[in-house]
Design a binder for this molecule. Sequence first.
Ligand code: BGC
Length: 389
Amino acid sequence: MTSPNFPASFLWGASTAAHQVEGGNTNSDWWAREHGHLGAPVHEPSGDAADSYHRYAEDMRLLAQAGLTSYRFSIEWARIEPEPGFVSRAAIDHYRRMVGTARELGLEPMVTLHHFTNPLWLAREGGWHEDGVVDRFARYVEAALPVLDDVRLVCTINEPNMVSVLADPEVGFPSAGLPPGVPGVTERLVAAHRRAVDLVRGIGAEAGWSVATQAYQPDPGAEAVRDEYAWSREDVFLDAAKDDDWIGIQAYTRTRIGAEGPIPWAEDAERTLTGWEYYPPAIGDGIRNSARWAPGVPVYVTENGIATADDARRIDYTAGALSSVLECIERGIDVRGYLHWSALDNYEWGTYDATFGLIAWDRETFQRHPKPSLAWLGEVARANALTRV
Ligand code: BGC
């Protein structure tokens, strides 16, 4: 059965982040962290990742051939400005070629300016803990503007709520439950976002940022506890987007909130490879929460997906998620696109074990192996409708 109705110009895409797929991001704080030079070492380093720095055209071609119409990728501050004030023209040219390739393939490029990683020199200065970061970020964005020529959708900062958490190198990538946002860091992120929005608008593009939503679901009577809990972790970042051109919503799982705070997932709940509860409608909760804090701001789902070795579960999860996106559209929320996380299996911040990709690849040869879920999502995109099974 085919159900209505995604809007006519709805974007269908997949997302990646530079550090997770490019490989060799040696001037970044994450690279240093992976090798034990900054805080606690991680399980596994990123190394060559998927070598998408060189293979991006092949990756984009696979998405376009499947039927997708958009590709979200990030550009890497540590490559563009490997030393303070030195701007690599070669890196700028590289990312311009990526934008050009996306356009040639009929993919609307969505470019993220910051996706978790910082140049190592910035981390050594204190990163997001120091006030100077706001000017540093604005200077980087200004230097990167040539990449954005001909780009309509620009995401300034990916998941500022996670950046706020990751600002402390002793804190690993959280596998369950988000620690509270760090107040000074949150303020700097909002200030940096505002500076970037102005710069991006100055060249005629549309600016937004993408927020990690957690589907905070209050038990009856626990609404105030939920609001208190969610403010520094999520709602403050949605609220900060209310004057933006669009907002990116990302969701993977849910968090139920009782009178005492978060309630652990049920023992018998299905878990994904990241240990999160399998909960496809989380994205609907995230979209509705964005409509609460940033009403009227157009929404793009900029990430949504599942870490699984069972591609049939990926399709099932995504079908469930898209159903809840449709319900939001039917309620009148202006949702304009769905970009799946992720185009490729990738470096999940410390491990390659958590496979989120529509495309697998060989760790030695880098040969790409599209999964059935890519063909399935491409079919949905071509039909612009969800086939409910
Ligand atoms: C991030 C991605 C990450 C994904 C799955 C989001 O938090 O933006 O970089 O890989 O979720 O954990």
